[in-house]
Design a protein around this ligand. Structure first.
Ligand code: SF4
Ligand code: SF4
Ligand code: SF4
Length: 585
């Protein structure tokens, strides 16, 4: 690498490298072509420097240095793979293994576990150190997440993401020394504290200590029941995440193969939840225009499609609940439409319909069981599984996913617009709403459908958009620390927005807590949010149907069943209510 006077120049394993001041040795090593393993460090999220796996030797230093926290210095000579370094890493791994429940054969992370991979690479003896071990009862008493501290390696990535990225902070280290364990204060369980069910802690966990509550058995039971009509709907982001579970590059769109797989698994109908996202825009757009024209209405209106976000506002800002749109999320609208309109049209008793939703999210498992989510008298949605659970089912069903032919969603009700598709990325709901609201207000076709000011992975984006001559100030935020900033602005009266989109997960659903878990080696070098979103916007760019209100199914639903957006019937089936939640039980 070329020597640069402004940069810091050093050598890694004899290779000269020039890096900007402040660069960590870990990144300097990568720039020189050497990957250093990490267990606690995670770019932009966790910099604990506690696991000591990333140690390196620096010439002249008395002891090994943690490369995730030490920065490059001029003239330094660093060695990442000396016998001393390798022995230290191996000893650290074997000590971790000595107090780890090694159940790789049945562990959900086997094959995708950062500890397992390193133990293999370093030739560890898993029984090198025998001694006292801690035993914990796995935490299972909530509908969305399982915590098993017997597998926790105390890296604290989950603590960092919950605290800094989500500003929730319901987990942290309890006790000291050998007895240290990660949990809630006073050993409460997650269902006794204001955990929002985002699942971001699962996505950063290097091992099998955190996982979603597995509902695949329920799905298999429905598929095996001859008396059930089993309908599956897939969320926008699933198609750009699922492929990663089968070795495809980040952001590969596998929609066609996914549909084929679901059909081969035995679902009676395979529909696209994008259709329900289109309906969400019809209802939410109408609600927004009503609020905008009514001087007494509460503004800004805030979107309600993200159940982790809804839980967050219910716990932390209940006084702002009147700002929340009353629309159900696309998942819940999908289920409601299936068990009301579709059941009636196909002459099926809704009691015989099982609606399965595949979601990039674990909060959907909680949302499906909320009050006021049963338009037909039966639960709108029977089971919500994550992208990861679908991948496991595809593997268990013996399908050669990458070699499956592609096929299209079922019709007449299964197709959605690409405006519904962009719901998967932060800013997508806002953009889809602006496309529809602008055209509905003016009665004219927009020249440009792309609202680029609301796209991108930044945590908070604002823009002023002309809606038929009225300037509308919008704000888009993703990640709950960013949501908190916006809520504080609204609460203090400083915000002058009319319309706000909030997504619980950073970058939106493409980075949801149910998406494929990627190791630090990938997360430290690839922006999962940006790459998955890119695939969604590419599909929208070439899409034939880019406006929710032009979806023929949406028009039919209103003409044949709901009347018009915001009608009494639409309200009964497609809208809901919220509650103030006590923070502690
Ligand atoms: S967490 Fe990793 S090492 Fe531990 S049992 Fe699971 S796969 Fe094996
Ligand atoms: S699910 Fe979200 S809020 Fe709950 S512990 Fe995990 S990161 Fe924190
Ligand atoms: S639960 Fe997972 S992420 Fe959290 S400290 Fe333990 S190993 Fe690390």
């Amino acid at each position: 690498m070329e020597k640069n006077e402004k940069n810091v120049n050093l050598k890694i394993n004899g290779v000269a490298v020039s890096v900007p001041p402040g660069t960590r040795l870990l990144d300097a090593a990568r720039a020189a072509g050497f990957n250093v393993p990490t267990l606690c460090y995670l770019k932009d999220i966790c910099n604990e420097g506690s696991c000591r796996i990333c140690v390196v030797e620096v010439k002249g230093a008395r002891s090994l240095v943690a490369s995730c926290s030490a920065v490059a210095t001029e003239g330094a000579e660093v060695f990442t793979n000396t016998p001393k370094v390798m022995a230290a890493r191996k000893t650290t791994l074997e000590l971790i293994l000595s107090n780890h429940e090694k159940k790789c054969l049945s562990c959900v992370r086997s094959g995708n576990c950062e500890l397992q991979k390193l133990s293999l690479e370093y030739g560890c003896d898993e029984n090198a150190y025998a001694g006292e071990t801690l035993k914990f009862a796995p935490e299972i008493n909530n509908p969305y997440l399982v915590r098993d501290n017997n597998k926790c390696i105390l890296c604290r990535r989950c603590v960092a993401v919950c605290n800094s990225v989500q500003s929730v902070g319901v987990i942290g280290p309890n006790k000291r020394g050998f007895f240290t364990n990660i949990g809630c204060a006073f050993n409460k369980s997650l269902d006794e504290v204001p955990c929002v069910a985002c699942g971001q802690c699962i996505n950063v966990c290097p091992v099998g200590a955190l996982r979603e509550k597995d509902d695949t058995d329920k799905v298999s039971a429905f598929l095996a029941d001859p008396d059930k009509v089993v309908i599956v709907g897939t969320a926008p982001s699933v198609r750009v995440g699922l492929g990663e579970e089968f070795g495809n590059p980040v952001g590969t769109d596998v929609e066609g193969k996914m549909v084929t797989a679901l059909r081969l698994m035995g679902f009676n109908k395979v529909f696209d939840v994008n259709m329900a996202a289109d309906m969400t825009i019809m209802e939410e757009g109408t609600e927004f225009l009503h609020r905008l024209s009514d001087k007494t209405a509460v503004l800004p209106m805030i979107t309600s499609c993200s159940p982790g976000w809804v839980r967050f506002i219910e716990f932390y800002y209940p006084e702002l609940l009147p700002h929340l749109s009353t629309c159900k999320s696309p998942q819940q609208m999908f289920g409601a439409i299936m068990k009301t309109y579709y059941a009636e049209k196909m002459n099926i008793d809704p009691a015989k319909i099982a609606v399965v939703c595949v979601m990039p999210c674990i909060a959907k498992k909680f949302e499906r069981g909320r009050d006021n989510q049963a338009a037909s008298g039966y639960d709108d949605v029977d089971v919500a599984i994550t992208t990861r659970e679908l991948a496991r089912m595809i593997k268990t069903y013996g399908l050669d996913f990458n070699n499956l032919p592609e096929s299209a969603f079922d019709n007449p009700i299964g197709e959605g617009s690409t405006a519904g598709l962009i719901f998967g990325a932060t800013g997508g709901v806002m953009e889809a709403a602006l496309r529809t609201v602008s055209e509905v207000v003016t009665g004219k076709t927009l020249d440009k459908l792309d609202f680029k000011a609301v796209r991108g992975v930044q945590g908070v984006k604002t823009a002023t958009v002309d809606v038929g001559g009225t300037p509308v100030k919008v704000c888009v935020a993703s990640g709950l620390a960013n949501a908190r900033t916006v809520m504080d602005e609204i609460k203090s009266g400083k915000a002058d927005y009319q319309f706000v989109e909030i997504m619980c997960c950073p970058g939106g659903c493409v980075n949801g807590g149910g998406q494929p878990v990627r190791p630090a080696s990938v997360r430290n070098t690839v922006d999962l949010r940006a790459e998955r979103a890119k695939a969604i916007y590419a599909k929208d760019k070439s899409g034939k149907l880019r406006r929710c209100h032009e979806n023929p199914i949406v028009k039919t639903l209103y003409a044949d069943y709901f009347g018009k957006p915001g009608s009494h019937k639409a309200h009964r089936a497609l809208h809901t209510s919220y509650v103030k939640r006590p923070k502690f039980k």
